[in-house]
Design a protein around this ligand. Structure first.
Ligand code: KG4
Ligand code: ZN
Length: 351
């Protein structure tokens, strides 16, 4: 079966074509025919964040171009497509609609089913993909032992999710204000760093650790001792703001010190809450998903935690940690092929 995945929830226009088949023991096997991610970061950078109407305009412009490109790269005719899978939410609604309308029009023309999918479930799937072998070889998703725990950390979400099986989710905790990636982006902006802020903060934090810059700035670890599995990052952001107000002429070392202390603070909270969730639930697999998994320091901390608890951990390869359409195409492969009529974009869609 050939499946087209479409992802337009934020500032990446992404299209992917996969071929799937079932192995003798009913495992889904897939191979990637073409996987293209077009990032709009350069367009949004001057606004310091993603501008929804601009994202919409860019998606509308890019979708037909990328569609021709994936077909060409996969060396297939569009009539070979059996199914279209598209992100329904969560995300920016004007952006989501562009992908959905493109999928509906194409689905009608080709007479194939359209499968609406959840972007956050996609981030879970991304963690189960192995480093791609040769393009022509079929591969399988990493096996999950249920119940599993997913920590979803992205620009819009911070969630601890218990997974009974794929498709059956129980949200154990989430952020009460800003998402973790959003906090990285906002603190970066305060430090005069460009969007997206995550990689920039991470870069400065690494310099602070490498150069062993003295740790003079102290930031809080919000909700570290709360008895629940929720997070809060807005107070941490405000603490950075107050710290910056007290410094008259900030130098490079101080910026690196703040970045490191901020990264340490969010990591401490993330790890402590995950540990609590592991202790309170019988967990057999740990899955970390979302754009913030590109953060090397956070990855290492999760790896350490999993090893201390003898739990298998899956994280996406860096290239697939952010938004992509491969995860959406794979969700389409897992879900039943019944055509869902008349669905709408759901900006706040939950798992
Ligand atoms: O999953 P994603 O690509 O988009 C959403 O679904 O939100 O996540 C984007 C977020 C941004 O906030 C970005 O700053 C953050 O992921 N990010 C990072 C790093 N790379 C990307 N945060 C921390 N460290 C990084 N290296
Ligand atoms: Zn995402």
């Amino acid at each position: 079966m050939i499946i087209l995945g479409i992802e337009t929830s934020c500032d990446e226009t992404a299209l992917c074509l996969i071929e799937t088949r079932n192995s003798s023991n009913d495992l889904l096997e897939y191979r990637i025919l073409s996987n293209i991610i077009y990032s709009q970061i350069e367009t949004h950078r001057e606004y310091g964040g993603v501008f929804p109407m601009l994202a919409k305009r860019e998606h509308i412009k890019n979708l037909p171009i990328l569609y021709e490109k994936v077909l060409k790269e996969a060396c297939i005719d569009e009539n070979k497509i059996n199914k279209i899978s598209v992100t329904q939410g969560p995300g920016l609604e004007p952006a989501l609609w562009t992908g959905i309308l493109f999928a509906k029009e194409l689905g009608n023309r080709l007479g194939v089913p359209i499968i609406p999918t959840n972007h956050m479930e996609g981030h879970i799937i991304s963690a189960l993909l192995s480093e791609s072998k040769k393009k022509e070889e079929f591969q399988i998703l990493s096996p999950i032992k249920f119940p599993a725990l997913a920590i979803l950390i992205s620009g819009g979400h911070t969630e601890i999710v218990k997974i009974m099986k794929l498709g059956e989710y129980n949200i154990l905790g989430s952020t009460v204000d800003d998402a973790i990636g959003e906090a990285f982006d906002k603190v970066a902006r305060m430090l005069g760093l460009p969007y997206p802020g995550g990689p920039e903060i991470s870069r400065l934090a690494e310099i602070a650790r490498e150069k062993n810059i003295k740790n003079e700035i102290k930031l809080p670890r919000p909700m570290l001792h709360s008895k629940d599995l929720n997070f809060s990052f807005s107070g941490l952001k405000t603490a950075v703001l107050y710290t910056l107000r007290k410094i008259e002429n900030i130098n490079e070392n101080q910026r690196c010190d703040i970045a490191r202390e901020f990264e340490n603070a969010v990591t401490d909270v993330l790890i402590s809450k995950t540990k609590m969730a592991i202790e309170e639930n019988e967990i057999n697999t740990l899955i970390i998903g979302g754009g913030v998994t590109a953060n090397k320091y956070i990855r290492k901390a999760f790896e350490r935690l999993a090893s201390e608890n003898s739990i298998t951990i899956y994280m996406p390869i860096i290239k697939l940690s952010g938004d992509n359409a491969l995860m959406i195409a794979l969700l389409g492969a897992i879900k039943p092929s019944t055509n869902v009529e008349g669905f709408r974009a759901e900006g706040n869609m939950s798992l």
